[in-house]
Ligand binder design. Structure first.
Ligand SMILES: Cc1cc2nc3c(=O)[nH]c(=O)nc-3n(C[C@H](O)[C@H](O)[C@H](O)COP(=O)(O)OP(=O)(O)OC[C@H]3O[C@@H](n4cnc5c(N)ncnc54)[C@H](O)[C@@H]3O)c2cc1C
Length: 316
């Protein structure tokens, strides 16, 4: 289940070992975040599709537009197949829960990037709608925030502000991503946190109100949580706001999945070395287990799980 780096790697390794493999993918295109999230200017989609074609040439069957948990359950797949690998990622966006978040022009980074990358909203040949903001605010400090900000710039934005509640050294984005964003003219509003999204009488976003933050007392881990500075509110004008504050696994995968253990964070609980879950014959790896992480760790998890599935099938 899932054709991101975890699923594709597991499928390729199992196909090479001689197993018949089927991938169920909820989107119309394979590749996971490599196809719908990471923008073309960082990862050309032709490269991703070349890899997908190679994996298909190994005999892997690909079933697109197939949502597990809706069209078919994990329980049904477990009956139908000798083993199942769950590599469905962490694609459910988090929101801030503040006033105005449902105004027109406010996107989750997932929706924005999917419209731009997978559904080619930048190309006039395509009917995909996306609001091409002139003044864009991106909330968050990770790679996803950097990709959203830089994509907005390429869609024609004149001003892009990234709002992040901590300092630059604490930004989870890779250094080079931050540097590239800055070189392209993106402005960083550090130690700032949104308090509400502002709109007009037609429910279109017009701006975002933020408050300045400062490092608070260190918590048990020694990390200093930022606290708001009273009376320091300020407003940024915006016609598009993109929220990139993290994602978690979509809970739909747990529908009809008797005995599959879930962590408090909503991830699938799986053994580190093998990906074995609490459900016999079901293995899991990648972001669905770790929460949002990296391509290389998802591929590593796919490899380990393929080896473990091979052993499981030989012994059962
Ligand atoms: C914008 C962005 C930029 C990133 N940049 C980097 C980077 O520079 N370097 C890096 O190492 N990592 C980066 N990451 C993180 C990296 O892409 C992920 O950690 C990695 O893709 C996780 O792989 P995965 O296979 O576990 O899941 P995913 O890539 O999320 O793939 C999961 C697949 O499962 C499918 N699926 C979900 N639910 C179902 C269902 N119910 N039924 C069937 N199919 C389903 C999804 O459609 C998707 O195709 C970035 C992530 C994002 C979003």
């Amino acid at each position: 289940m899932g054709s991101g780096p975890a699923g594709l790697t597991a499928a390729a390794d199992l196909a090479r070992l001689g197993y018949k493999v089927t991938i169920f993918e909820s989107l119309h295109k394979a590749g996971g975040v490599l196809s719908y999230g990471i923008p073309e200017f960082r990862l050309p989609k032709a490269i991703v599709q070349q890899e997908v074609e190679y994996i298909k040439s190994l005999g892997v069957e690909f079933k697109p537009n197939y949502i597990i948990g809706r069209i078919k359950t994990l329980d049904a797949l477990s009956e139908e197949f000798d083993a199942v690998f769950l590599g469905t990622g962490a694609g459910l966006p988090r929101f801030m829960g503040i006033e105005g978040e449902n105004l027109n022009g406010v996107y989750s980074a997932n929706e924005f990037l999917t419209r731009v990358n997978l559904m080619k909203a930048y190309d006039p040949e395509y009917d995909t709608l996306v609001r091409k903001g002139k003044k864009v605010v991106v909330v968050g400090g990770g790679n996803v925030a950097m990709d959203s900000a830089r994509s907005a710039l390429r869609l024609g934005a004149e001003e892009v502000n990234v709002v992040y509640r901590r300092g630059e050294e604490e930004m989870p984005a890779r250094r080079e991503e931050v540097e590239h964003a800055r070189e392209e003219g993106i402005v960083f509003r550090l130690f700032s946190n949104p308090t509400r999204v502002l709109g007009d009488d037609k429910f279109n976003v017009t701006g975002i109100e933020c408050i300045k933050m400062e490092p608070g007392e260190p918590d048990e881990s020694g990390r200093r949580s930022p606290v708001p500075i009273e009376g320091s509110e300020f407003t940024l004008e915006a016609d598009v706001v993109i929220i990139a504050i993290g994602t978690s696994p979509n809970p739909i995968i747990f529908k009809g999945s008797e005995g599959l253990e879930q962590s408090r964070r909503g991830t699938v609980v799986a053994e580190a070395g093998t990906g074995a879950t609490s459900k016999p014959g079901v293995f899991a790896g990648g972001d669905v287990v770790t929460g949002a992480a990296t391509v290389i760790s998802a591929m590593g998890a796919g490899k380990k799980a393929a080896k473990a599935i091979d052993e499981y099938l030989k012994n059962n």
